[in-house]
Write a protein that binds this ligand. Structure first.
Ligand SMILES: NC(=O)c1ccc[n+]([C@@H]2O[C@H](COP(=O)([O-])OP(=O)(O)OC[C@H]3O[C@@H](n4cnc5c(N)ncnc54)[C@H](O)[C@@H]3O)[C@@H](O)[C@H]2O)c1
Length: 314
């Protein structure tokens, strides 16, 4: 199912990346921002990103064709008028989202889906008093959604099951990989998993078991090699000849012993200060922006590689 018309509200990092996702997959995109300056910068910055996509062979059409599907709208009502799906990407402030969702409900067609990119707010926190709340959901992306396909779909208790089904089909058609979070939970899935890993990495760092650089190496050159194409369950299923049950029989005791010695970790300021000093020595603050662009180019190369491998397997 393709959504013909998409409204992207909020044109910061995430909004711009969503505009790329939808325009690249053939939808018309209207993008709006409360800040005229941000809105004016959106299409030039999207064009620059798309040039990078083109240089990695990731576009099936010209940059001009894709950009021609995107319109910057100074008026919220104009952006929403014909939308089949609204992707909200404004600041992570619950009152601002609540006020905006009232407007989204008022200014859109009754069957339009209203999705929030929120990283941490459940849909129930900002859609409760809305008449059309059955069509509201969270569609939580990873930064940037144009390069990392996962999107977590999570409804409030009053979200209609068909809202999730329709959203799944739309994001899939747009080239994303939607997963459904069956009921609301703080952090959804990705940030809970990332949080568990960060707690342990920081705790090991605090206790002096390894440097920050070596802990990054453990993930980059160890766990993440497999994780870039399979999840932790499939990983352990292949790590014992009898699969996951065999793995649990062999190594479950070790993991239970590790877990029983683990204390809750509360992100102490001195540990974070030490980590920050180590990271700033490796990457001065004024080089973070450039390194982020490098990260995006690496993600593009990885996407191109994955596409080639998947084409070869098809
Ligand atoms: N940055 C990330 O890594 C990331 C990842 C996943 C989800 N998110 C979520 O996406 C959303 C946007 O994050 P971001 O990093 O793009 O923020 P950002 O600060 O880069 O952009 C937010 C934009 O929203 C605009 N805005 C604020 N209030 C508005 C309103 N009422 N109407 C229209 N525009 C408004 C601002 O002018 C700004 O341009 C947040 O909810 C965030 O939690 C962020």
């Amino acid at each position: 199912m393709q959504a013909k018309n998409i409204a992207v509200i909020g044109s910061g990092r995430i909004g711009r990346a969503w505009a790329i996702v939808f325009a690249k997959s053939g939808s018309n995109v209207k993008i709006h921002d409360a800040s005229k300056e941000m809105l004016a910068g959106a299409i030039p910055s999207i064009r620059d990103s798309l040039q990078d996509f083109a240089s990695f062979g990731l576009l099936e059409e010209s940059v001009d064709t894709i950009v021609s599907r995107i319109t910057a709208c100074e008026s919220l009502a104009d952006a929403l008028a014909d939308a089949d799906l609204v992707q909200e990407n404004i600041a992570e402030v619950v009152d601002a989202k609540r006020a905006l969702f009232i407007e989204l409900d008022r200014l859109t067609k009754p069957d339009a889906l209203l999705a929030s990119s929120t990283s941490g707010l459940p849909a129930s926190a900002f859609t409760q008093d809305i008449e059309g709340r059955a069509r509201c959901l969270v569609a939580h992306p990873v930064n940037p959604p144009s390069l990392v396909p996962l999107v977590e779909l999570c409804g409030a208790p009053w979200t209609a099951p068909e809202t999730i089904e329709r959203a799944r089909a739309i994001y899939e058609q747009a080239g994303q990989k939607p997963v459904t979070v069956n009921r609301e939970i703080s952090g959804f899935l990705l940030n809970r998993l990332q949080g568990a890993l960060l707690d342990e990495a920081l705790s090991l760092y605090e206790q002096g078991y390894a440097s920050a650089a070596d802990l990054d190496t453990v993930i980059r050159d160890g766990l993440a090699m497999r994780w870039s194409f399979m999840g932790p369950f499939e990983t352990i299923d292949l790590n014992a000849p009898g699969g996951v049950a065999d793995y649990a029989a062999r190594y479950g005791g070790t993991y239970r012993a590790i877990a029983s010695g683990r204390k809750p970790f509360d992100w102490p300021a001195d540990t974070l200060g030490k980590l920050d000093a180590e990271r700033r020595a490796a990457l001065p603050r004024d080089q973070i922006e450039e390194r982020s662009r490098w990260r995006d180019r690496r993600l593009m190369a990885l996407l191109a590689h994955r596409r080639d491998v998947e084409d070869g397997e098809a």
